[in-house]
Design a protein around this ligand. Sequence first.
Ligand code: ADP
Ligand code: MG
Length: 705
Amino acid sequence: MPASVPAKKPAASAAQQAMHKLGLVRDIDLALHLPLRYEDETRIIPLKNARDGETVQIEATVTQSEVQLRPRRMLKVTVDDGTGTCVLTFFSFYPSHQKTLSPGAVLRIRGEVKGGFWGRQMLHPAFKLAGGELPQALTPIYPTTAGLPQPYLRRAIASALQRVQLPETLPPGTPPPVLPYWSEAGLHGLLGLREALYFLHNPTPDVALATLEDHSHPAWQRLKAEELLAQQLSQYQAKRERARLRAPALRVPPPAAGEQSLVEQFLAVLPFGLTGAQQRVCREIADDMARTMPMHRLLQGDVGSGKTVVAALSAMVCIAAGWQCALMAPTEILAEQHFGKLVGWLEPILEPLGKKVAWLSGAQKKKERAAMLALVASGEAALVVGTHAVIQEQVQFHNLALAVIDEQHRFGVAQRLALRQKLAHAGLEPHLLMMSATPIPRTLAMSYYADLDVSVIDELPPGRTPIVTKVISDSRKDEVIARIGAQVAAGRQVYWVCPLIEESEALDLSNATATHTDLSEALPGVMVGLLHSRMPTAEKKAVMELFTAGIMGVLVSTTVIEVGVDVPNASLMVIEHAERFGLSQLHQLRGRVGRGAAASACVLLYAVNDNGRLSDTGKERLRAMAETNDGFEIARRDLEIRGPGEFLGARQSGAAMLRFADLEQDIALLEWARELAPSMLEQHPLLAEMHISRWLGGKAEYLKA
Ligand code: ADP
Ligand code: MG
């Protein structure tokens, strides 16, 4: 037999493969695969009691069965259960169906009753010959996938549930979560896990279905509490592991008499004084870095709150202590801009010491790159700024002690993991400072970032006038363009962001190009530039330079300017098709203006749909943008509208997404888990280990990134 002919796989393994794809490998995985909903097959309903729109199970005799050809081919079957009749309609059917549905047959039928003009009807109901006992429990309907039929999955889960070991992992004497006193779980505490799982897979028909659907039933509470606990445990475990690692303790040596320390020199060079909030977070960071436990700190601050200078000052502390610092940004433009700023601030101080700021990017010429790599390896580069290129393999640091990641949410979990592995060397880990303008609501911070310490800049630099946001229909585009003309005439600059077209980068581009042409024509004498992600780096750089220098009046761009770009003279931001953007993204975009003292505005242009209206959620979202400039408030509303899964994005949440618990609703359970996790790790490490592995299996490693 030729080797290239693959052996034919037995059919059972297709379903098994599908199960693997769903992550259903161990018995416990199957046991934790919970139903989406249930069907009640425990009761037979007399037809006369079946209400319009209700899904019911009936038992009835076929009185008539015929195939009609008009208006299309269908099988019409009339059944009678002694209390009433019902017509079953099938558009697709096999001869075997026809046989089962022949007159005289007594059937058990399940479907949605419609009471139309012609009497009761059911479309494509499920049916089988009557007889056999009625099930005692509701029938679970599981989430499944192609190639994995419901009955197969049901059997697999039922038998896994028989085999699976479910030892209690909650330490004896664990206090129950404080739940509302009116809820069952609040009254009686948590169910046992075994009890809860059995119930959720086979609930008794007397249960209030609503409590299963909204996950408020005590069995659900137990599952959600378990899940949150597993997640908290793994986070705390990661933190404890980190506590065992060593990092260089970074302390600024006292300056010689009559001289300033490097940090003092830096503050003297800065064209402004730090805000109170900036001073506070700088202290928090410096305190962390002075310890031998590696820092793992998230610096949160709204757009424009001035995180860059905090990063620069932290870098200065590190450099003054005699170590190297790296700063990584997600895009070329942003990294470039940081580089420019940091060179301006730091080089005057570093130069006399014979130190430099190095630049690393993927787009760099080979020769330049080699020179930069040499600077980094020798330690002559005290600070290394760049894109992902900073963590690439060829990069050898001399003595890296601090890594700053700007807009950390833009980096994937895997990248963060790679970063930490890459940077640890000679037994020493670097300190890690992650910065984000996407404010993470408290519940998310508590759960996903339990391993992180968080510093918050809650104050904007002085002298900013709040951005006025207007929501305007794009039928009034001409007025907006006129306003642009006025702004540019007054010496200000304008961003025009083109719609996001998710399906197609090419469309994105053609859109931006067309807008660029339109605006150039409508605004004679104004330099209108174009920026998009597929432009060669050198061109992007040239455009950014013209805009930064104030020569270019209007910058048309796709969303590449979203993060971090800082041109304080820009005072008007127009976002086309604003209804297509997420709230946090709009907030980021809007944050490109209002960076100087001038009054700034953001115009959200929306397009109406075919019937001349913007959808309700669309309106609600844009209204939220107009109502507040507060990034935290916006994040909260975003969370409300989109839910945490989408808010975090698959990248950010990694494999850690909660399956059952809802961070908004289950805050009491989250608090409980948070309280319990550290003491459980301390006093019952084996139980903690069992608990983590039950829930996270092989995923725990991933969560640490
Ligand atoms: P973000 O937090 O969004 O990264 P940036 O670091 O880009 O914000 O800072 C926004 C702008 O505010 C920059 O132009 C920066 O130079 C300026 N800035 C930062 N801190 C202060 C301050 N304390 N006083 C005045 N301007 C400041
Ligand atoms: Mg920034």
